[in-house]
Design a protein around this ligand. Structure first.
Ligand code: ADP
Ligand code: MG
Length: 249
């Protein structure tokens, strides 16, 4: 049994079958990539996993509990966090303040921007925030205002804001989209560092095969809303079904 078990998931948008009988099992503490041509249903699947979309049928179990019918914040509290394509940070707050906000969100079920001023006695949250900043190599930048960070550091901060909630499953939707090669390589290194330091499962949607092959232990190929192949990176290269799916891209 994987930490995430998706069974028979279907999702239609009007006449379009965006997901058709999706089965997917993600093993705990692995990095699992979901690849596929544009329009294959990757983002739709991710939106189902985080509770932003409700499938027409099927089941989604996380650590033995159903995520279906739950609000996104409840799914987040269960241990699933999502990293967005563009960093979603609070530009006017410091690095440390940014990292503390999701700690409150996890504990109290809501972002509490106004709580930031009254956190002097929140020792637990301070310790958690510091530990995370250490893991992403940003502890020495904790008093910097987020807007003054480099793009790479903004990405690190955003990752810290996710990790501070201590997710067991981290979902990444094209984490290197639009990045230059150097930033892409930094992101690969960052994800490897995180993986080495924490028990965490990662599901990555990614177009860049360099990223996929650098990180993934398992790869699921989605085409027209249905998983075609699930394999190791070695076995996916040159797989006839995969070549077929990408033909015409
Ligand atoms: P991918 O992320 O693999 O590129 P998506 O999951 O975004 O694919 O989209 C899968 C299909 O569903 C596409 O044909 C897309 O146009 C369609 N689609 C996605 N979201 C919606 C929506 N909210 N309403 C209607 N069609 C949608
Ligand atoms: Mg997408």
């Amino acid at each position: 049994m994987g930490i995430l078990e998706v069974k028979g998931v279907n999702k239609r948008f009007g006449g379009l079958q965006a997901l058709g009988d999706v089965n997917l099992s993600i093993a705990e503490n692995t990095v699992h990539a979901i690849i596929g041509p544009n329009g294959a249903g990757k983002s739709t699947l991710l939106n189902v996993l985080v509770g932003k979309l409700v499938p027409d049928s099927g089941s989604v179990m996380f650590d033995g509990q159903s995520v279906l019918g739950r609000q996104p914040y409840e799914i987040n509290q269960m241990g699933i966090s999502r990293v967005f394509q563009t960093p979603e940070i609070f530009a006017d707050l410091t690095v440390f303040e940014n990292v503390m906000i999701p700690c409150f969100a996890k504990r109290d079920g809501a972002f509490r921007l106004h709580a930031i001023g009254s956190t002097r006695h929140e020792t637990d949250i301070h310790e958690t925030a510091e530990a995370i900043l250490m893991d992403v190599n940003m502890l020495e930048k904790r008093h910097m205002v987020a807007s003054s960070l480099s793009r790479g550091d903004k990405r690190r901060l955003e990752m810290a804001m996710c990790l501070v909630q201590e997710p067991r499953l981290l979902l990444l939707d094209e984490p290197t989209a639009g990045m230059a090669r150097a930033d892409t390589n930094n992101t690969i290194d960052l994800l490897k560092e995180i993986k080495a330091k924490r028990d965490i499962t990662m599901a990555i949607i990614e177009h860049d095969m360099h990223v996929v092959f650098s990180l993934a232990e398992r790869i699921t190929v989605l085409a027209q809303g249905t998983p075609l192949v699930e394999e190791t990176p070695e076995n996916i290269k040159g797989h006839p079904k995969v070549r077929e799916a990408y033909l015409g891209e």
